[in-house]
Design a protein around this ligand. Structure first.
Ligand SMILES: C[S@@+](CC[C@H](N)C(=O)[O-])C[C@H]1O[C@@H](n2cnc3c(N)ncnc32)[C@H](O)[C@@H]1O
Length: 225
């Protein structure tokens, strides 16, 4: 990505004449600018979830629970987005790799995470290609949080994700690639109807508190007996 020095007196918006998106590295944060508007990266709900975990509020985090994520785990988040789930995974796991296919979202999130001092290894890649190149059983858990049409995400910043995200759903072939790489579970978030999860053969987890989301999982294909 070309780097452009800030010139006093020149509006950063003028760069949109040459580019679809501009990543603005401001003193107070990392901003993704496009013709629709500007969105500052933030930890959002991840900060609340991390606070709950740190102070020991007895409310399980469903991402951790679904993957049975424990200390020492290596996890692969195939749908990094804003990195919120990855931040929660990082709290427990030894290593988190996050894949993001969209270059604007990858740049926005990886820079936001870096400024926060996160250890998450962000990669600008299509999960399908990346999984294909990984050795079997290379991660304990593989996560997917794909886009779905009726996503009830009014949180600030999600509209930027919606504008730039890869929208293709997870299909059988992609799930098979993920199962090859997972030592324990492949976990997927879905809309409340959970039709995607059942269509792919995942078990829908009986979590009660999340009315807006469902979680499904399926064992890694090469799971040890
Ligand atoms: C719903 S968002 C994920 C939100 C994320 N779990 C979080 O906590 O911020 C889905 C993200 O996955 C990305 N994505 C979808 N399919 C992908 C693929 N095949 N490879 C890599 N990234 C993908 C989209 O571009 C989008 O940013």
């Amino acid at each position: 990505m070309p780097f452009v020095e800030c010139v006093k007196g020149t509006a950063v918006e003028s760069l949109l004449e040459q580019a679809r998106c501009v990543l603005v590295l401001r003193g107070d944060g990392v901003v993704l600018l496009d013709e629709t508007g500007a969105s500052k990266w933030s930890g959002g709900m991840a900060d609340l979830r991390l606070h709950r975990l740190k102070v020991g509020i007895p409310q399980p985090d469903h991402v951790l629970l679904a993957g049975e994520v424990r200390a020492g785990d290596e996890v692969l988040d195939c749908t990094l987005g804003r990195g919120h789930d990855a931040l929660v995974l990082e709290h427990v796991a030894a290593r988190v790799v996050g894949l993001e296919k969209s270059l604007p979202l990858y740049a926005w999130t990886s820079e936001g995470l870096k400024r926060r001092g996160s250890r998450i290894e962000c990669v600008n890649a299509d999960a399908r290609e990346h999984l294909r190149a990984l050795p079997p059983r290379s991660f304990d858990c593989v996560f997917f949080d794909p886009m779905f049409s009726k996503r009830a995400q009014a949180e600030e910043g999600f509209s930027a994700v919606r504008r730039h995200a890869e929208a293709a759903p997870v299909d059988d072939a992609l799930l098979a690639l993920a199962r090859r790489v997972a030592r324990r579970w492949v976990v997927m978030k879905a809309a409340p109807q959970a039709t995607d999860l059942r269509r792919l053969g995942l078990d829908v987890l009986p979590f009660k508190r999340h009315s807006e989301l469902r979680f499904g999982r399926i064992a890694g294909a090469t799971r040890a007996p």
